[in-house]
Design a protein around this ligand. Structure first.
Ligand SMILES: Cc1ncc(COP(=O)(O)O)c(C=O)c1O
Length: 470
């Protein structure tokens, strides 16, 4: 047995203790330090090149080096002053779940090999589906993220529109399959259409209404005009929490329209879906219960560790008819084997992250988490508008897009803020204009962090104004 790869229990325990200590100390420094990378890239590249794998390096040394690079060589998305894209500070139970999964390394392809793990994931999926108001039979599975879940939706919609799609591909359609998303949607849809073999032109980007929400009359026109030509519309996608502006497309009207037109309705609630945890705010998602399928990421507002999304559908049989395959070598081929009902084959036990988080905090704990984020979003708006900044979106989900009091290059402001290392914000395009996008993504962000954010933005604006004035 190679003892570097498979050390004794005593050695594992010693290394585990060291690792724990190193991580706690490093995270403490990160929390009080820069949000943006501070390392010397040239030196890092040289050190990395020294790992030529010709001989072994002691594990303590390898761990120390790796943690130091993580500490200094990342944008710290888990930092309380990271106000960025929807990457969370992970919950502690989710981190524990990763450790447990790493030790047992269960294979979740079949329920025969991992009956307990498969059942735990299914239990969480059902609980989340119920919470969205989907019917009892609704089901789904964990995915690597929102993009995979959205891909799953497209495959199911294609199969429903044309059952021969699975065997014959796009040529099974009498015309070109198309689907409809707003121009503010997450543009992985182009990659998804490409992967599905229907081509990127299948994505119909529908106009928004000036507030970042899908425009129903533009949708209706686009669809009807496509139907008059040689296109075969198959699906409407409503986004509940757009990436740039945190806006919610009109879910009820989309559901009614999809029904009239006989199309699949998918709701991409990758970020916004977590608002379902809050009894106070879940009404924002009214209409989602009519969806044929829903994407919701556990690794966004539910704050699971990375690569943890969910796909839910009210038509579980469609999963089986789309993904089932027969093999002689798999330990089982039951209807509920995950490899028979999803894109992946071998799969990691990612659902444990949400299971443990929900188990220890309950829906109520997540409601607090969501409501805390929303109240901090309100604070950001209040403070910045008090200084003459304009909020250009009206997101009910706490994504705040702003412009400074006098037209300035938003990118220059953002660069100035990032150079301070104190906070992280980004530039986004909202309704065709560049705006500064701010989103609270950490459950540990405090009022002081908001003050720091606002100060940084005000300082950046003042210093750029001075420079121009000089
Ligand atoms: C609305 C929306 N859908 C889908 C995605 C893609 O999700 P993932 O990055 O988890 O694949 C994102 C990512 O930010 C998103 O905001």
């Amino acid at each position: 047995v190679n003892s570097d790869l498979f050390p004794t229990s005593a050695e594992r325990q010693r290394t585990d203790d060291l690792l724990n200590q190193l991580l706690i100390e490093a995270w403490e420094r990160v929390n009080n330090g820069s949000v943006v990378p501070t390392f010397d890239r040239g030196r890092f590249d040289e050190e990395l090149a020294e790992f030529d794998f010709r001989g072994p390096v002691p594990i303590d040394q390898a761990l120390l080096w790796t943690i130091a690079q993580m500490e200094t060589g990342l944008v710290h998305v888990a930092h309380p002053r990271y106000f960025g894209l929807f990457n969370p500070a992970p919950t502690f139970p989710a981190q524990c779940a990763d450790r447990i999964a790493a030790v047992f390394n269960p294979q979740l392809a079949t329920s025969t090999t991992s009956p307990a793990a498969v059942a735990i994931e299914a239990h969480v999926i059902r609980a989340v589906a119920r919470r969205f108001g989907l019917p009892r039979e609704a089901f789904g599975h964990f995915t690597t993220g929102g993009a995979e879940a959205n891909f799953t939706a497209l495959l199911l919609a294609l199969a429903r529109a044309c059952p021969e799609f699975g065997s014959d591909g796009a040529r099974a359609f009498s015309g070109r399959p198309t689907f409809y998303v707003s121009k503010e949607s997450h543009l992985a849809w182009f990659k998804i259409a490409h992967q599905a073999g229907i081509g990127r032109a299948a994505v119909r980007l529908v106009a928004t209404d000036g507030t970042g929400r899908l425009d129903m009359s533009a949708l209706s026109e686009a669809l009807k005009s496509d139907r008059r030509s040689d296109h075969c519309p198959i699906m409407i996608v409503a986004t509940a929490g757009t990436t740039n502006g945190g806006m919610i497309d009109p879910l009820g009207p989309c559901a009614a329209f999809a029904k009239t037109m006989g199309l699949w309705l998918h709701v991409d609630a990758a970020w916004g879906g977590a608002v379902v945890a809050s009894d106070r705010f879940r009404g924002l998602l009214a209409g989602i219960e009519h969806a044929d399928s829903i994407t919701v990421d556990a690794h966004k507002w539910f704050a699971a560790t990375m690569a943890c999304g969910m796909f839910l559908t009210r038509w579980p049989a469609a999963l089986h008819s789309t993904f089932s395959v027969s093999t002689g070598y798999m330990p089982s081929s039951h209807a509920d084997d995950p490899y028979m009902t999803s894109i992946q084959w071998s799969r990691r036990f990612v659902g444990l992250r949400l299971f443990l988080s929900l188990a220890v905090a309950g829906w109520r704990g997540y409601a607090e988490h969501v409501e805390h984020t929303l109240s901090l979003g309100e604070q950001i708006k209040e403070q910045l508008t008090a200084h003459g900044w304009r909020v250009v979106n009206q997101s009910p989900l706490g994504v705040v897009c702003v412009e400074p009091p006098i037209a300035k290059d938003g990118r220059a402001i953002v660069n100035h803020v990032l150079a301070s290392g104190k906070v992280w914000v980004s530039i986004a395009a909202f309704e065709g204009r560049d705006v500064i996008r701010i989103c609270v993504t950490s459950g540990e962000t405090t009022d002081q962090d908001i003050n720091e954010l606002v100060n940084c933005l005000l300082q950046a604006f003042a210093s750029l104004s001075e420079r121009v004035g000089r």
